[in-house]
Design a protein. Structure first.
Length: 146
C-alpha cells in the first residue's frame, strides 16, 4: 500500500476514534508529509473542518511553488469545498483512497489540470460504508444532504 495513503488512513481512524467522520488527508511535498488532518466537524462543532481543510490548515502557510509541487492524499474523493481549495492553491495532484461511497467534482477538477488518481482502496471503502450505515444522519450533514 502507498505509504502516504496509509498515513491518511491513520488520520481517518484517529477521527473515528474521536467520535468523528473517518476521513483523513496528508499533504506531501518532495516526498515528505508537511501537513496532516482529519475530519473534525463533529469534534470541533465546525462547519468546514473536512479532512483536506484541516490538513491544509495544519500545513501552515506555504509558497505557491510548494503547492504546485504538492500531492494531496485523501481517503475519500474531495467534496466541492475541498476541491475548491485544491484549485485555489494550485495543488497539481490528488490521490484518492476511494470514490465509491462519495464522489466529488472529479471531472471538473481534472478539467482544471489536476491529476487525480483513484486507488479504490478496500480499507477506505469499508471504513466509510460502515460509518455511513451506523451514522447516516452525521454523514448526510457532512455532505449537505437531508
Amino acid at each position: 500500500m502507498n505509504e502516504f495513503l496509509l498515513e491518511a488512513i491513520n488520520e481517518a481512524k484517529k477521527g473515528l476514534n474521536e467520535g468523528g467522520i473517518p476521513i483523513g488527508a496528508v499533504l506531501v511535498v518532495d516526498e515528505k508529509i508537511i501537513g496532516r488532518g482529519h475530519n473534525k466537524r463533529i469534534q470541533n462543532s465546525s462547519a468546514i473542518l473536512h479532512a483536506e481543510i484541516d490538513c491544509l490548515e495544519n500545513a501552515g502557510r506555504l509558497s505557491a511553488s510548494d503547492y504546485k509541487k504538492a500531492t494531496l492524499y485523501s481517503t475519500l474523493s474531495p467534496c466541492d469545498m475541498c476541491s475548491g481549495a485544491v484549485l485555489l492553491y494550485g495543488i497539481k495532484r490528488v490521490v484518492i483512497g476511494e470514490n465509491k461511497t462519495f464522489k466529488g467534482p472529479e471531472e471538473y477538477v481534472k478539467s482544471r489540470g489536476v491529476i487525480l488518481e483513484v486507488l479504490d482502496n478496500q480499507e477506505c471503502i469499508n471504513m466509510m460504508k460502515i460509518f455511513i450505515e451506523k451514522s447516516p444522519i452525521l454523514w448526510n450533514e457532512d455532505i449537505g444532504e437531508e
